[in-house]
Design a protein around this ligand. Sequence first.
Ligand SMILES: C[S@@+](CC[C@H](N)C(=O)[O-])C[C@H]1O[C@@H](n2cnc3c(N)ncnc32)[C@H](O)[C@@H]1O
Length: 221
Amino acid sequence: MLDSTEDFADERPDVAATRAAYDDIAELYTELFRNHLAGAVLDRAILGAFVESVAGNGSGPIADLGCGPGRITGHLASSGARVFGLDLSPRMVELARAEHPQLFFAQGSVEELPIGDSALGGIVAWYSLIHTPPERVPHVLNEFHRVLASKGHVLLAFQTADLPDAVEAFDHKVTRAYRWAPKRLARLLDAAGFAMIARMVREPGPDERFGQAYLLASKVR
Ligand SMILES: C[S@@+](CC[C@H](N)C(=O)[O-])C[C@H]1O[C@@H](n2cnc3c(N)ncnc32)[C@H](O)[C@@H]1O
């Protein structure tokens, strides 16, 4: 199903910049976020709801897309989910494999998933779609729709925009990134063939600058 490649010759410049930035920061990122979920009760709550929703459907594994060092992949696996990870950054994939030797990780991009049609029961994109230029996000959501089985679930996490219907570039610490108004991203999910199940917005935590949003949806058409 997954046939990852490390030939980056045809890569778009912004994708190459994101990959290089995460390769450079991978070790530090892994250390900084290793225990982050332990103190994030609402994040764990929505991840738990996602795992139960996917299990209730009984169809296919979960892909953690833009998995970084695999902290969400590992958390979902420890909740009983069948899950694997995929990330743009080869260094992140190496670290994810070292952190979670029992799980499968591959290198690849959300813009061209090396995954067959209708193969997955769930997709989580936890702060990874934030790096895709907004005009290419509809294509990525179409990719998510393609690889999910009927009624499969998708969970997105991202920083919220200040204006109610905006998408805004911001000075992310690693590389260029975008904050979204939840309803704007929800509209794109709808256009890609997903029905919204839940939207959670929480206030910034002590180490965060922005509100944080989580959208849970399922493939309906
Ligand atoms: C903020 S980190 C989040 C990592 C992980 N989801 C977590 O929460 O710890 C963003 C991750 O998305 C990955 N990423 C960015 N653009 C991507 C793309 N087009 N395809 C796959 N992964 C991507 C980066 O390499 C990076 O590991």
